[in-house]
Design a protein around this ligand. Structure first.
Ligand code: HEC
Length: 242
């Protein structure tokens, strides 16, 4: 057994200086990441993964509305046959457009259709909305003025309600009226643009209606096909107009 050969002093120096260079002491402030930081990262990962959905939902953001595969008016994720678009259901289409058009009315009759006591009569539960379609169409086409009783309450807003026949197309009016007749607690047949146009053609009026003048039409429905008459039960609940 021979003693290991000692490297010469030059080699030792070089070796030591190399070791010193490699294993320099870390500065006291550069410690490895503390454990709590790792837990924090894990927590963030968990939240961002499985838990984010329920948390957001609890906060009122619905994932359903952003679901690309489910139409807003159907629980059936399969595409409609023949590649029809989702608005093919005339009632659902009218409700969607009518909800947007209702912005014109909502300023007075309110988003919840409740009107304003002493000023604007309600549309929710109104006999003028749910009754004969001919009276309803005439009211929006030419306006209404003078005393009127709605749901047992009297209204007589100065100047009454302006006509919409000139500013809105028959289709716009039909959609809004279908929306109004099927929102809140209301459920009634839809009104088509053909129905609105029929009354428009027959009416040669230039002034607002008064309630007594319209009494003869209170129960009169405009003849014509109402494709949505049987549809409301199957349709989605009316979007809340805000
Ligand atoms: C500037 C306010 C205003 C706007 C906008 C307005 N209305 Fe009216 N509406 C009234 C007032 C006021 C009356 C009552 C008129 C009267 O006193 O004779 C009325 C009456 C009615 C009535 C008959 C009474 C009832 O409550 O059922 C209907 C139906 C109606 N409005 C529908 C609509 C629709 C649909 C729209 C939107 C296209 C609309 N209104 C927009 C003010 C408004």
């Amino acid at each position: 057994m021979s003693a290991p050969a000692h490297p010469d002093s030059t080699d030792l120096d070089r070796l030591h200086s190399a070791v010193k260079r490699e294993k320099e002491d870390l500065a006291p402030e550069s410690q490895p990441a503390p454990l709590w930081a790792m837990f924090l990262l894990m927590l963030v990962a968990i939240l961002a993964g499985g838990q984010l959905g329920p948390i957001l939902n609890g906060g009122g953001v619905s994932f359903e509305s952003s679901n690309l595969f489910v139409g807003s008016n159907s629980g059936d994720p399969r595409p409609t046959k023949g590649g029809e678009d989702q608005g093919a259901d005339p009632f659902a289409k009218a409700m969607k457009k009518g909800a947007a058009g209702y912005a014109v009315c909502g300023g007075c009759h309110q988003g919840n259709g409740g009107g304003l006591p002493g000023q604007y009569p309600p549309l929710d539960g109104s006999e003028f909305v749910l009754g004969g379609t001919e009276r309803l169409v005439r009211i929006v086409q030419h306006g209404l003025t003078g005393p009127v009783t709605v749901k047992g309450q009297g209204y007589n807003f100065p100047g009454g309600m302006m006509p919409f026949g000139a500013s809105m197309s028959s289709e716009d009016l039909a959609n809004v009226l279908t929306f109004v007749r099927n929102s809140w607690s209301n459920k009634a047949g839809m009104i088509t643009k053909e129905m609105v146009a029929k009354v428009r053609d027959e009416e040669k009026r230039t002034t607002q209606w008064t309630a007594p003048e319209l009494e003869p039409f209170a129960k009169k429905d405009i003849p014509g096909e109402a494709p949505g008459a049987a549809a409301p039960a199957a349709a989605a609940p009316a979007p809340a107009a805000k």
